[in-house]
Structure formats: C-alpha cells, structure tokens
Design a protein around this ligand. Structure first.
Ligand SMILES: [Zn+2]
Ligand SMILES: [Zn+2]
Length: 325
C-alpha cells in the first residue's frame, strides 16, 4: 500500500480562467517508464480524494492491469476545488513508481485540433513523401538485378494501393499520417481526430505505434491524389503506383482522366505512343522491364538448388529498371 498527500494552490487568476466553460482542473497520473508512451496510468486499486471528496480515477476494476492498448483518463476535479490551498491524496496497492499531478486543461473542439495540424506544405516536403513512396513501392534498390541465374521472372509494373481510411473504411478526403512512420499507409485526418475523442490515443492504425498530436502531418504525396479524386465516385478507392511514384486510379471500366497515368505531382503522363514514332515504340517494348518510360517492378521467381520454384521476398528483390522520372 502506497499513499501520498499533497497540496496545490488555485490563485485568483486560475479561478478567473476556470470560470470559462472550456477550462477545467484535471488530476493526472503516469507510470514512470511506462512501455506505452503518451498515456495516463493510475496505480492498481487507486483511491483518489480531493479535499476529502472521493474522485473516481479509473474505469477498470482496481485489480485489472492496464493492457498495452488500454488508456486511463485524467478525471476533472474542478467541482471539488476551492480558492487557495487544496488537498489531494492518492493511495493504491501497487509497488511501481507513479507520478501524480494537477493541471488546468483547456478542452479543444475537433476543429481546433485540426487547426493545430500544420498545412500540407509545412508538415513535410513533397520530395520526402515521394521518396518514401518510392522506397515502399520499389523496395529501395535502384540497381540492376544481380541474380543472373533466374529461370523466370514475372514483371509487375505497379502495385495496388488502397486509399480507404483504415478507421472509416471510406476513401480518405485529407490524407493524414504520423511523420516518423516509414510505411505508406495514411488515414482520413478528420475521422482520425474525431475518433481520438473516444480512444484518447494517437496511435497509428497501420503500425500501431503511439505518438502525440505534434507528430501528425498531412501526407503531401497521397493528399494530392485524394484531393484530385474529390469529385470522383466513392467506389473508386484503389490506385496503382509505379516505383517512380507515378499513379493512376484503378477503374477497370474508365481509363480516362484519373484512370490515366499521372506523374507524382499530379500532372498527366503523356503516353509514349503519342510522342514517339511506331518503330521506336516497338523497340521500347522489347526492352525488358521498361514500359511507358516508367521504372518498373520485377518480382523474382526462380528455381532454387533443389530445383523447386521459389518466390523471392518482394522487399528485397524488387528491382528498378529504366530511369526515374
Ligand atoms: Zn505507422
Ligand atoms: Zn513514371
């Protein structure tokens, strides 16, 4: 059994602030060196009192440990406070070391939080976003295939990328991401911020890493695409992306407009057969792995020493051919 008794002071200025509806006094508690960053955690069997008034600190049973995906909250204690000196006491049956505090918090609306997220051009350079896409799609190797003993190779020009938000299932309107994530997966910015009100965590839905609000940016590469798609049908949710970052909407029936290849910056790629004489086009096609002047993907399938077919891992064997746009 551990317990702590402390006092804190609320000044006249604090009280003026607290008279505004969006301000409150909050008690918070974290486990020191918590493996999960950016979350509150209260001790087992936490018993919190403010000026002798019991305050419920946790919603889980006192005996239940907080799982990796669990989040405790910081209870609002404004109604139990008074001008001047206030008493706070916490006891619990937990041998670990916690840190307890009291703070004045301001409630933010979803719109206010969205306003804190930097504009597309301020969050990340477009070139950095494009480099990430090229890394993810192309596997990061811009060298010729050294595996000359391949018996057979299957050439794929592009990979499909889904533009559905993993939270809402609908096509993203504004593509958001956590800046440190190395993967391409994004989420719908507004849906994500709205859902945080209940989940109380800034957790990447793709890799499940925990971050803080300050890490959220708009993905300049995918946001250009989702912006261009704003007026197209809800059913168009997939694009194909080449290793050089060129993309087109995956719409089987419609090869006009967004169904045509676009450069990473969103401008249309001019088809080769419109700018080159026919004979040159044929030569172009014969060159292994080169199409439409884009770098292409190569999926390696070959026989191993036991003469069994094996498919090499895409991330290690995708090879860029041709010149990068
Ligand atoms: Zn992630
Ligand atoms: Zn291209």
């Amino acid at each position: 059994m551990q317990s702590v008794d402390k006092t804190f002071q609320l000044t006249r200025a604090d009280k003026d602030l607290l008279s505004k509806q969006e301000y409150d006094v909050q008690a918070w508690c974290i486990l020191l060196n918590d493996k999960v960053p950016f979350r509150m955690q209260w001790p087992q069997y936490a018993d919190l009192q403010v000026n002798g008034v019991p305050v419920r600190a946790i919603n889980r049973p006192g005996s239940q440990l907080l799982g990796a995906n669990g989040r405790d909250d910081g209870p609002v204690i404004t109604p139990c406070t008074r001008d001047g000196i206030n008493k706070i006491s916490l006891s619990g049956c937990d041998a670990r070391v916690f840190c307890l505090g009291v703070r004045i918090v301001k409630r933010r609306t979803v719109q206010q939080i969205l306003n804190l997220i930097p504009k597309e051009s301020d969050g990340e350079q477009f070139e950095d976003a494009l480099a990430r896409v090229r890394r993810c799609v192309g596997g990061g190797t811009a060298v010729e295939n050294a595996d000359s003993d391949s018996d057979l190779e299957v050439v794929a020009d592009s990979i499909p990328v889904n533009l559905r938000c993993p939270m809402s299932g609908s096509r993203m309107k504004v593509a958001g991401r956590f800046k440190p994530c190395a993967h391409m997966g994004c989420f719908d910015l507004e849906v994500f911020v709205e859902m945080n009100q209940r989940s109380r965590k800034w957790q990447c839905p793709t890799c499940l890493k925990n971050y803080s609000l300050e890490n959220i940016i708009i993905d300049p590469y995918f946001n250009r695409i989702t912006s261009k798609m704003r007026n197209c049908g809800e059913d168009v949710t997939e694009i194909e992306v080449k290793p050089d970052g060129c993309w087109r909407a995956k719409a089987e029936s419609d090869r006009r407009d967004l169904g045509q290849w676009h450069f990473p910056d969103g401008t249309l790629c001019v088809p080769m057969d419109e700018v080159k004489p026919k004979s040159e086009v044929l030569k172009q096609v014969k060159q292994e792995g080169v199409s439409e002047g884009h770098a292409s993907l190569k999926l390696g399938i070959k026989k191993n020493r036991n003469r069994l077919w094996e498919v090499s891992k895409p991330e290690s064997k995708w090879v860029l051919r041709g010149s990068l746009v």
